[in-house]
Write a protein that binds this ligand. Structure first.
Ligand code: ADP
Ligand code: MG
Length: 264
């Protein structure tokens, strides 16, 4: 197991699901064993990989949050040879109410996923567009976060709120969490987009990923066709951007793991 990567931002429509799905697909293509976990009630990631959300919510990520000892392996759905999915479900919309007064409700997902450590190289968590209990669970379970930031709109206040919650999670349960920023929906020929990209780089410094996801209609088409970009438009701009991201993640994460292993 190299990393559990949460894809986050409390704003919707910033490219989280597109990133979770296509990063997973590219990592799987590069021979890594990948588990994609759809934590959003809209189940967009589930549909994007061509899977229908299950009828029974206990066969979705909902079970990992509400069930104290879920049978995680029974919930896994195979997508392609190296890619498995824990589907989303509409019931996730009620998870905050359901877990309102439960003890240790922030670490349910972490404990459920711990059982799969040997089975996967990467676990990718597609977070909902909120800072509710599913997102907090993702922050606690993750070793790395990728915060998707659209380059047409640098929402300083929203980012501040997000980072303050990340800080709380780090203080309370997850001190080693690594936080990256990824520029999404980027249009390199638009001035404001270039300005925001610079701002992201200044703010996050080394933790601003050098891979940038450009705005390209093919990525939206692939989602509508319920295929990953690897299948839908192999070699396209969208595929190349996500391929670069996967390579950068592998470089940053696995090299570090190797260095630690050698030092031991
Ligand atoms: P989120 O999960 O943050 O709500 P999505 O990944 O669902 O965001 O993206 C929102 C919409 O924008 C979707 O219709 C998606 O297909 C589209 N989209 C995402 N990334 C890109 C991109 N780089 N270029 C063009 N369209 C994109
Ligand atoms: Mg989404």
């Amino acid at each position: 197991m190299f990393a559990t990567i949460g894809i986050a931002n409390q704003k919707g429509g910033v490219g989280k699901t597109t990133t979770a799905v296509n990063l997973s697909a590219c990592l799987a293509r590069m021979g890594r064993r990948v588990l994609l976990v759809d934590l959003d009630a809209q189940a967009n990631a589930t549909n994007h990989v061509g899977v229908d959300p299950p009828q029974d919510e206990m066969l979705s990520s909902y079970a990992l949050l509400v069930d104290k000892s879920p049978n995680v392996r029974a919930i896994l759905t195979a997508v392609s040879p190296n890619l498995q999915l824990v589907p989303g479900h509409i019931a996730l919309a009620e998870v905050d109410i359901k877990l309102f007064s439960t003890i240790n409700r922030e670490t349910r997902l972490q404990r459920a996923l711990a059982r799969l450590r040997e089975d996967f190289d990467y676990i990718v968590l597609d977070c909902p567009p909120s800072l509710g209990i599913a997102t907090i669970n993702a922050f606690c379970a993750a070793t790395h976060l990728i915060i998707c930031i659209q380059t047409n709109w640098f929402a300083y206040e929203a980012l501040k709120r997000l980072m303050s919650i990340v800080e709380d999670v780090m203080e309370e349960t997850n001190p080693n969490l690594v936080v990256y920023a990824l520029a999404t929906l980027h249009r390199p020929n638009v001035n404001i987009h270039r300005d925001v990209l610079v701002k992201i780089q200044e703010t996050f410094e080394h933790f601003a990923l050098s891979s940038v996801i450009r705005h390209t209609a093919t990525l939206a088409e692939a989602s509508a066709a319920r295929q990953t970009i690897v299948e839908y438009a192999h070699g396209s701009r969208g595929h190349m951007d996500y391929q670069n991201l996967a390579e950068e993640i592998i470089n940053r994460v696995e090299r570090k793991a190797l260095k630690i292993a050698q030092a031991l």
